[in-house]
Design a protein. Structure first.
Lengths: 386, 341
């Protein structure tokens, strides 16, 4: 055990810090859940890519830096410290990217990964359906083979980023006679394919962060299938593992929220109930704990270990931490916590906490509801009967 | 940066776990509670494994290992609710005495601890009782800032009864004198408190895991409504929540063992002791009426967790200390302040 950064790691941090200081937009971008904001964020992805900071853990030949997980953590710490824009591209670089690298053919990798890295293709997720939320094996949307194409009919919903994204990946039932997690395939398709109708769904904040997708005889070439026909479930589970696991929720995000919460408390602490102090301390401790735990996992993976059920433990911990930090912040603002306005600095900050709070309510639901995660922990880690 | 234990450290931990599973199972703990409370035979085996000398320098016959090696062993002692006073000695007494090992009489004490021939108890001036004061040859005690090593014959004990039938506690009366003084150096009792907190926290991690494991075992076999109660989501979710709390208390405790920095220590200590309290509350609920009896083993682990929760600075002390180190205007916080440069 050595809990100090190496000189090389410190140099990397300095390099990232300098680059971000020079490139992070001075004015916050519009939300990527608006048409205009989406394109502003795409442009930022291109800037990141020009500095080879778009996906540093990817191999060098794919535009990455071959960074290890400790370097990734350092990068993320600097990224949040710099207040850099959210990643509109995260479905691609953190979910589909690693899945493609593991299951894609060389042609698929060459076709999709560089465009993903460059921000040319922004990806949406296509898992859930009206009847298949937590119970993802209940997926019914069919992709029926017709020569060298699949013909897709059905409906996806709550598809993250689908309001404005270019492409979508998801699970489709390629064997119409199959049931549950058999007979599904993992298919990639452009969202401008004829037959697709998008209906953006406004989120709690009123902006369309996700959408319903209707498929009406949508023809997709067979070469857009990732992995074998009928192998979709296993591949999707690997993707879900990435999502619940390490890469998508960097500890720095929660440490930054905790830091803002501590600053808020420093400003208003004298005015609020002493009970708030312990909530703020708990937030700080838990954000630190999430960070330390991730460093432990990263160290183990670097040494050749495999990720296990910690994905479910992580998902419960960060999502409930995020929600409680925002609740605590709003409780500090008291009656002003309903102030959704802009123009003055404080109102902007309150608005940021309110929007963060609304978003934090999604955390315990998406990427496998926390009830599902608790079932997984109970059944696979504690060996309780199904 | 490498936040991982070595293969050797994990292997040693596994060996100790296996040893304690055989020599200090819940039924052994129950037998100890019904009998004399301490087993000379088991203590001799701990000595034989080198555990009493784990942190004692090699020059004094120990293994000369670090607190990072030790923290995993303390966790195992908690997991087994080990009755013998191993953790306090190797985790608190020995690290406090090591700087004075140049003195022949201190070196001899360290040798005695490693060899199992000398037992040293320690009590922090902020705690009303000293654990295992009865049965100790020497007591490490404080008078203001100064540190004294006092022979058992020179103290008067008022033995008290702990809620934990396996904890032997006593109030200690003594008169400081030059002949017992080790040092007047300041800050040592702060350090003792940090060492004691890591000891309590590491044991709390192990205790919490055993409570979850016992409850999960019970939930697999206990049938109601024609099914094992562990198949009900209400039960599953309770236990899963405890497992989450345990997992996210580990890294702070391990970091505290590495840095021994007050901020890390208080964090690890609060997280682990809170996780153990949650484990106790949840496990007794899962055991239902059985959990409320003396007849299942769960209570030995619950009671150890409750007893340790107040020692070496209670929750309020550590939260107050943390508040000064985290919430004050000049405290460095945020991701780039997590690891000292």
């Amino acid at each position: 055990m050595e809990l100090r950064y190496t000189p090389k790691q410190q140099e990397f941090r300095a390099e990232v810090r300098t680059w971000l200081a020079e490139h992070v937009p001075a004015k916050p971008l519009k939300s990527y859940d608006t048409k205009e904001g989406f394109e502003e964020h795409r442009a930022w992805e291109r800037v990141l890519n020009s500095g080879r900071f778009s996906m540093i853990t990817w191999p060098k030949e794919l535009g990455g830096r071959g960074a290890d997980l400790i370097e990734w953590l350092i990068f993320e710490e600097e990224y949040y410290r710099a207040g850099a824009p959210g990643r509109v591209n995260q479905n691609g670089i953190f979910l589909l990217g690693p899945t493609l690298m593991e299951y894609g053919t060389p042609e698929q990798k060459a076709r999709f990964l560089p465009r993903m890295a460059a921000g040319d293709d922004i990806w949406a997720q296509g898992w859930s359906e009206p009847g298949a939320g937590s119970d993802m094996a209940a997926i019914r949307t069919k992709a029926i083979r017709d020569g060298d194409h699949y013909v897709i009919n059905g409906q996806k919903t709550w598809s993250t980023r689908a309001a404005f994204a270019d492409w979508c990946f998801g699970l489709f039932r390629t064997d119409p006679e199959s049931s549950r997690h058999h007979g599904m395939s993992f298919i990639l398709l452009p969202l401008d394919t004829p037959g697709i109708t998008r209906r953006p769904i406004p989120q709690l904040d009123g902006e369309p962060g996700f959408a319903e997708l209707f498929f009406d005889d949508v023809r997709v070439p067979v070469e857009n299938r990732l992995g074998g026909e009928g192998q979709g479930w296993n591949i999707a589970m690997a993707t879900a593992g990435f999502e619940r696991g390490l890469m998508l929720r960097s500890p720095a995000r929660f440490q930054e929220t905790a830091r803002r919460l501590v600053q808020l408390y420093r400003k208003h602490g004298a005015r609020v109930s002493p009970a708030v102090r312990d909530q703020v301390l708990k937030a700080w401790m838990d954000a630190e704990a999430y960070c330390l735990n991730t460093y432990m996992t990263a160290s183990r993976l670097i040494a050749g270990g495999k990720i296990g059920q910690e994905a479910s433990l992580n998902k419960i911990f960060w999502s409930e931490l995020d929600r409680s930090m925002h609740e605590t912040a709003l409780s500090i603002y008291g009656a002003r916590a309903e102030l959704l306005a802009s123009g003055v600095d404080e109102a902007d900050e309150i608005t940021r906490w309110i929007k963060g709070f609304l978003f934090s309510l999604a955390g315990p639901i998406y990427a496998g509801a926390n009830e599902i995660q608790r079932n997984i922990i109970a059944e696979r880690l504690l060996n309780l009967p199904r | 940066m490498n936040f991982a234990f070595t293969e050797d450290q994990l292997l040693f931990r596994d060996t100790v776990r296996e040893f304690l599973a055989g020599e200090c199972s819940p039924s052994h703990v129950r037998a100890a509670a019904a009998g004399e409370g301490r087993s000379a035979e088991r203590y001799a085996k701990l000595v034989e494994m080198g555990l009493t000398g784990l942190t004692v320098p090699e020059a004094q016959g120990g293994l000369g290992l670090s607190l990072v090696d030790y923290v995993l062993i303390a966790e195992e002692a908690g997991r087994a609710a080990l009755p013998e006073p191993l953790v306090d000695q190797i985790g608190i007494v020995v690290p406090l005495l090591i700087p004075y090992a140049g003195r022949a009489e201190i070196a001899a004490v360290l040798e005695g601890i490693a060899a199992g021939t000398t037992k040293v108890a320690i009590g922090h001036p902020c705690d009303p009782f000293v654990a295992d004061a009865a049965g100790a040859d020497l007591l490490l005690l404080g008078d203001g800032e100064s540190l004294h090593l006092v022979p058992a014959a020179a103290v008067r004990l008022t033995v008290e009864t702990s809620v934990d039938p396996l904890r032997r506690i006593a109030a200690v009366a003594w008169t400081p004198g030059n002949e017992t003084l080790i040092t007047t150096e300041s800050g040592l009792w702060e350090r003792a408190l940090d060492l004691g907190s890591v000891a309590a926290a590491a044991q709390a991690l192990g205790l919490a895991q055993t409570m979850v494991d016992l409850a999960a075992d019970y939930a697999r076999t206990r049938q109601q409504f024609g099914k094992p109660i562990g198949s009900f989501q209400a039960v599953k979710h309770h236990l899963a929540s405890v497992q989450v709390a345990i997992e996210f208390a580990k890294a702070p405790v391990y970091k505290a063992a590495f840095t021994l920095a007050p901020r890390d220590v208080s964090h690890g200590r609060v997280a682990a002791v809170d996780a153990a309290a949650l484990a106790a509350r949840t496990a007794i609920q899962v055991f239902g009426a059985m959990g409320y009896t003396y007849e299942v083993d769960l209570h030995f682990f619950m009671k150890r967790a409750w007893a340790l929760a107040g020692t070496w600075g209670d929750r309020h002390y550590h939260l107050d200390r943390l508040a000064r180190m985290v919430l004050s205007d000049d405290a460095a916080i945020g991701a780039d302040a997590t690891f000292a440069p």
